[in-house]
Write a protein that binds this ligand. Structure first.
Ligand code: GLN
Length: 519
């Protein structure tokens, strides 16, 4: 088995996830079967219970994992689906080790981080890697963090058992007052890594500017790596360009040489290059408003923003995306805030804050025939807005926000009653049947689609007749569960109970976003 471990130093938020994803793409383009794993050293079992302010978006895999947003980057760069198993957290491994201990698996032994926990981590990684030529493992956090130590130790031990390559992603600041790039933080973080017993094979240096030759040779010398193994990953505007930056400096060749992988295939990044060029050359500007509530954290809507960007590259549109706080619409009214936008997306979410603002935005888009896509909570609110303002069902609401509403047009899924909160929502990919002859059917061009879910509440079928009689069309269902609504007398009034953004890929943009941008 062959592994590449990616660790981080100096700072968090260096873009290790994008570096790992880019490398995955490069190695895949050489004809190798590659998989990517993200290790998160926190004690939560998964990202599902974390607030977007803490963590950014929760990415949902097709098999129903609530994972770190890096899994989203990996899927987008690799162009395929990963499993929930590709995101390992400290919470999961500690939980499993204690469960094993209670079962009696270690009878007689003192259960310890080394070797019991580290063995479990290695087993999990080997289980994932066994079907692939190469497994890339990104260890979250920064060397020196207490939580990541067992994982770094497992990574060190893996080098004794399997063919492994270690990449350290570090930061090289440019200090303006002296006009110089400073390598000391990188030197120190490599020393920290060595204390743990890992000698890196390559250093990826993040920074504002390309590395100077001087900085490069200093880093090579102090880190004991050849100069060609010091890779400059400077800031770029378009992250989809990063694979080219790593390729130009031969990081993939270095890995293949060290791991003894022979491939005669040259990199073929032509499709990726087309995508990047289309993205950068798109001329027609369209203003897209995402109405949400975590607007200060762009990462909270990561997949959604990327899905719009993918559709933009495909349609020759340069989307200008603005995150709008629904509370602002509550206060200022929809017209003042949304008038200039070509398309409005009502994002998914939880909790009461901003709900009435989102409903106002939907009312505005419906009345003014502005293209609007409601996602998950957005779809639920579209039905509520319709119930209140078209059907005159006063105070119609979702049971999530008003338990005593006279018209609970959105109610709790029957299997959700009295469940604990972690990992229990309706999660993951399911097949949705589309109704022939509807707008959505024509957009997808298929009878059955597969989409990912993450919710507890659903459309209440007791009210279905009223909606349908008043002109709202239910265009997608799963065994009677309403998945899609649309209003045919509007250029684009579509609400989906699922999250189309999770399955959009650069080379395979999602049809709903493509249509929204091409109107
Ligand atoms: N809060 C809503 C529910 O649980 C919507 C969830 C979402 O938008 N992801 O059903």
């Amino acid at each position: 088995m062959k592994f590449v471990f990616i660790t981080g130093g100096v700072l968090s938020s260096l873009g290790k996830g994008i570096t790992t994803a880019s490398l995955g793409l490069l190695l895949k383009s050489r004809g190798l079967k590659v998989t990517l794993v993200k290790i998160d050293p926190y004690l939560n079992s998964d990202a599902g219970t974390m607030n977007p302010y803490q963590h950014g978006e929760v990415f949902v895999t097709d098999d129903g994992g609530e994972t770190d947003l890096d899994i989203g980057h990996y899927e987008r760069f690799l162009g395929g689906n990963l499993s929930r198993k590709n995101n390992i957290t400290a919470g999961q491994v500690y939980h499993e080790i204690i469960h094993k201990e209670r079962k009696g698996d270690f009878l007689g032994a003192t259960v310890q981080v080394v070797p019991h926990l580290t063995n479990l981590i290695k087993e999990k990684l080997k289980e994932i890697a066994k079907d692939y030529d190469l497994c890339l493992v990104e260890i979250g956090g920064t060397v020196g963090d207490i939580e990541s130590l067992p994982f770094l130790e497992a990574a060190r031990q893996m080098g004794l058992e399997e063919n492994s390559f270690y990449i350290h992603v570090s930061y090289v600041p440019f200090v303006k007052s002296v006009g110089e790039q400073k390598t000391k933080p990188t030197q120190h973080s490599v020393q920290k890594l060595r204390e743990i017993g890992i000698q890196p094979d390559a250093i990826v240096c993040r920074g504002e500017y390309p590395l100077t030759e001087d900085a490069r040779s200093k880093i090579a010398l102090f880190s004991s790596v050849p100069i060609r193994a010091v890779i400059s990953a400077y800031d770029v505007e378009n992250v989809y360009r990063i694979p080219f930056i790593l390729a130009e400096q031969g990081l993939d060749d270095l890995i293949l040489e060290k791991l003894g992988i022979r491939t005669y295939l040259k990199r073929d990044l032509s499709d990726w290059e087309n995508f990047v060029n289309n993205l950068e050359n798109a001329k027609k500007v369209k203003k897209v408003a995402i109405v949400g509530k975590y607007v200060e954290v762009r990462d909270a809507y990561k997949s959604l923003i990327e899905a719009i960007i993918h559709a933009g590259a495909y349609t020759g549109v340069r989307p200008e995306i603005k995150l709008i706080d629904a509370v602002e619409i509550e206060e200022k009214g929809a017209d003042g805030v949304l008038r200039d936008y070509d398309a409005i997306i009502i994002a998914g979410g939880f909790g009461k804050r901003g709900i009435e603002g989102k409903i106002k935005a939907i009312w505005y888009a419906r009345e003014n025939k502005k293209p609007i896509l409601g996602i998950c909570l957005g779809m639920q609110l579209m039905t509520i807005e319709w119930a209140r303002n078209v059907l005159n069902w006063k105070d119609a609401h979702s049971e999530e926000f008003d338990k005593y509403t006279p018209y609970p047009v959105i109610h709790l899924l029957p299997d959700q009653k009295d469940k604990p909160l972690g990992g229990t929502m309706r999660l993951g990919g399911q097949d949705v049947k589309l109704k022939p002859g509807t707008f959505v059917h024509s957009i997808y061009g298929k009878d059955v689609i597969r989409e990912r879910h993450r919710h507890r509440y659903e459309f209440n079928n007791a009210y279905r007749e009223g909606f349908e009689k008043s002109g709202l069309v239910i265009s997608g269902e799963i065994d009677g569960l309403v998945e899609i609504i649309e209003w045919p007398e509007h250029p684009f009034f579509i609400g989906v109970q699922f999250h189309p953004e999770y399955s959009s890929k650069p080379l395979n943009p999602h049809p709903l976003f493509v249509k929204l941008l091409s109107l």
